[in-house]
Design a protein around this ligand. Structure first.
Ligand code: HEC
Length: 181
């Protein structure tokens, strides 16, 4: 193919593109589609039609017992890295910004003498159960309004379940897990 033939060929392609583009533009100018605001035949909303919404509610309704039955303390130890800037987890570990957490499950809230807790947590009373630890880890400020623990919380139920299983594995009190549904 000599260069003259190539130019003819390229010209033809370019012309074709221009024609297609031009027709599109022209039809936009000539025809102004008016889309009616209302759908002529409204489609009734089918229950459960939106798969994303269903998935979200399903995650919410999985019981803590079921989540814990599938949880993994090893994964929980990895989640606990989010806490280690403020907490130690080993037996006799130091208090940092927050108190040592070894064997915390089943122990009284604000158990560590010498650590200066917020009065909100100190006055709360009760022990750290599976359920209230889950609520606290989801939203520390939601569960203990006025807490000093500056941590946003763990949004994912599976992260919390893994972490609770890890916390429970520390120390000797293997507290009973809620039954899976
Ligand atoms: C920015 C620092 C910080 C981070 C990060 C943090 N905490 Fe805390 N935590 C604290 C402080 C401070 C307190 C004391 C709260 C109070 O007195 O209100 C506390 C208290 C606690 C308590 C109550 C202890 C007791 O003796 O009753 C638990 C349980 C706890 N944290 C778990 C965690 C876990 C699990 C994580 C990680 C997911 C975490 N914290 C992340 C600072 C932190």
């Amino acid at each position: 193919m000599d260069s003259f033939e190539f130019n003819k060929f390229a010209g033809a392609v370019l012309f074709g593109v221009l024609v297609i583009f031009g027709v599109g533009q022209l039809s936009n100018i000539l025809v102004h589609p008016t889309n009616p605001e209302q759908v002529a035949f409204p489609v009734p909303e089918i229950e459960g039609a939106a798969p994303t919404a269903v998935a979200e509610t399903e995650e919410e309704t999985i019981s803590l017992g079921t989540l814990l039955a599938a949880a993994d303390a090893g994964k929980g130890e990895r989640v606990a890295r989010k806490c280690t800037s403020c907490h130690t987890f080993d037996d006799g570990g130091a208090n940092r910004v927050g108190p040592n957490l070894y064997g915390i499950m089943g122990d009284p809230k604000a158990r560590t003498g010498g650590f200066s807790y917020s009065s909100a947590l100190a006055d709360m009373g009760g022990e750290w159960s599976i359920e209230n630890m889950d609520a606290f880890l989801e939203s520390p400020k939601g569960y203990v309004p006025g807490t000093k623990m500056a941590f946003a919380g763990l949004r994912k139920p599976t992260d919390r379940a893994n972490l609770i299983l890890y916390l429970r594995s520390l120390g000797d009190a293997d507290m009973a897990l809620p039954a899976p549904e």
